[in-house]
Design a protein around this ligand. Structure first.
Ligand code: SAM
Length: 272
């Protein structure tokens, strides 16, 4: 069986597909095959537009992106859209940033599809929770420094508030990876310090990880909110808290590479 046959989309099926965190090189082979053979792609705002190029040129692309506080398609409408398109017999790729089942509402969409008796498949993606720290040179575990990792949201689903009790109960995990926490960084740091975590615990805030413009701000629980405020950091970020963050000093690689690449391109442009 060829690659195309093996990973081709089937009619009347919805594929809940992870697009990875941004770098198109992190897309899975299966995601790429499905994109190349689908009739419609329904995608979120954290999907890198470059990834949409893997779909055929004339394929319908529907942006249901959720932009913090801005225009977005209500979840109910997205569910209905998936159901309608599958009922028409279309091959539907529902493309989501990172992994569809990690803070991606993939579970809710799968439930809606099951209720409507629409067949679906889940194609896991490389989550920003893992890939973004890796591109910042931060291993989440390390034999001497960290043997536990927690991935947590910085904002409660409906109220948008910091889930204080959860942070307090998980404060002693060696490494904490926080998604959707940019706006609440100060409150998160305060919760963790109040729960007994040292104010000197290293923290990294990584914005637009795995993209060429990736930027990382580092500090400690005591200083990070001020550092980020000074630097004007906004979402989307992945926040990493724990001793492993200190390894970045030795292990950072991607931002250096991007800076060299940008300098080379600039030079080539000037030299032309
Ligand atoms: C709704 S969650 C979706 C997470 C996604 N399902 C995943 O597995 O990566 C959105 C949050 O993921 C994080 N995120 C996703 N992609 C990112 C990136 N390239 N750089 C930094 N943060 C990212 C941010 O915390 C953002 O607010």
């Amino acid at each position: 069986m060829s690659f195309d046959e093996k990973f081709a989309a089937r009619p009347g099926v919805v594929y809940l597909v992870g697009a990875g965190p941004g770098d198109p090189g992190l897309l899975t082979l299966k995601a790429r095959g499905l994109l190349a053979s689908c009739d419609v792609v329904i995608y979120d705002n954290l999907v890198n537009p470059e990834i949409l190029r893997f779909a055929q040129r004339d394929v319908e692309r529907i942006d249901v992106g959720k932009i913090g506080g801005g225009r977005h398609t209500p979840q109910e409408e997205i569910n209905m859209l998936l159901i309608e398109r599958a009922r028409r017999g279309e091959r539907v790729v529902r493309l989501k940033g990172g992994d569809p089942f990690l803070f991606g509402r993939g579970g809710e969409e799968a439930e809606a599809l099951r209720r409507a008796s629409i067949p679906f498949e889940v194609v896991p993606g490389v989550s920003s929770a893992l890939a973004v720290p890796a591109y910042a040179g931060i291993p989440l575990t390390h034999r001497e420094l960290a043997s536990s990792v927690v991935v947590i949201t910085g904002a409660k689903a409906r109220s948008g508030e910091v889930p204080g009790p959860i942070f307090r109960s998980l404060a002693q995990a060696d490494t904490l990876v926080v998604l959707m926490g940019t706006a609440h960084l100060r409150a998160i740091a305060d919760e963790l310090i109040a729960a007994g975590r040292s104010p000197d615990t290293p923290v990294a805030v990584i914005r637009w990880g795995t993209y060429r413009g990736q930027r990382t701000i580092t500090g400690t629980l005591r200083t990070i909110a001020d550092e980020c405020e000074r630097a004007g950091v906004r979402a989307p970020t992945v926040i990493v808290i724990g001793e492993v963050v200190a390894l970045r000093e030795k292990l950072q690689w991607f931002e250096k590479q991007s800076a060299h690449q940008a300098a080379r391109e600039e030079f080539a442009f000037v030299a032309e």
